[in-house]
Design a protein around this ligand. Structure first.
Ligand SMILES: [Zn+2]
Length: 256
């Protein structure tokens, strides 16, 4: 049926495709009133989000080991709903490799979330992270804002490693992301919180191809329904929506 997914959104029905959110979080952001973990899972059920790859907000604001431990606990509690990213930050560059090694041993993590904060991703300080990720086949979700942040360099040097460019299109800039996509085939556009110009998702699909685009809600910071509907209502085919909402993610995280 044409526009089947759009009809689900119009009727407010739970989607019957296995939606895979590649960029969300668990925990609390101190200045927000936020839903509980149980409400977060309930909203995933209501919308039809089968799986979410999450990193910790506690880690995001600086307590990295505690935050990663929180994610490990939640993945153990909900093994069919969440997979974890190990969070590492350039702010604590000496801790990155020991934290990766420590967390990986717990078997709760399937990817790495990298926060760069003013350091270009092409900087050699990240090289141990890329090497570790490549060795263990862990996709990289890299925080970016307004551009690829230098991810083209490591993507070209590590062709077997997938790099997801978080928040592609933010700061009113989408062309830097599309330029990056052309530089290396292992870079992906992550639509999480992307600014919504008219038909921006269609433009991303036309230039980058739906095979290079993945979706995340950035829950619980942002509404899953809102982030999902921008794809469901996008002016693209159902086949492309399915690639963005789960097929590409299923290839990146094959055993989930
Ligand atoms: Zn996020």
């Amino acid at each position: 049926m044409k526009d089947k997914l759009l009809d689900y959104a119009r009727r407010g029905q739970t989607l019957d495709i296995p939606v895979f959110d590649i960029h969300s979080h668990v925990g609390k952001w101190s200045t927000y009133d936020m839903v509980s973990l149980e409400e977060q899972v309930g909203e995933m059920d209501r919308l039809g989000i089968r799986m979410a790859a999450v990193s910790s907000m506690t880690a995001l604001v600086g307590d990295i080991s505690r935050g990663n431990a929180e994610v490990a606990g939640i993945v153990r509690r909900y093994p069919k709903r969440f997979i974890g990213y190990i969070h590492v930050s350039a702010n604590y560059s000496d801790d990155m490799l020991p934290e990766l090694e420590r967390c990986y041993e717990t078997a709760c993590f399937r990817g790495i979330k990298v926060y760069q904060v003013g350091v270009n991703y092409n900087d050699p300080l990240f090289e141990p992270v890329w090497t570790f990720a490549e060795k263990h086949r862990l996709p990289i979700l890299a925080h970016t804002w307004g551009g690829a942040g230098g991810l083209e360099g490591p993507a070209m040097r590590h062709p077997d490693l997938a790099f997801l460019m978080a928040h592609s299109g933010t700061e009113g800039k989408y062309n830097p992301y599309l330029d990056a996509i052309k530089a290396a085939p292992n870079l992906y556009i992550d639509l999480t919180y992307s600014r919504e110009y008219v038909n921006i998702i269609r433009h991303f699909v036309e230039v980058a191809g739906a095979d290079r685009i993945v979706w995340g809600a950035d829950a619980p910071l942002f509404s899953m329904a809102q982030q999902l509907c921008k794809v469901l209502f996008a002016n693209i085919s159902d086949e492309d929506k399915e690639k963005i909402l789960y097929r590409n993610a299923a290839k990146l995280f094959p055993s989930c």
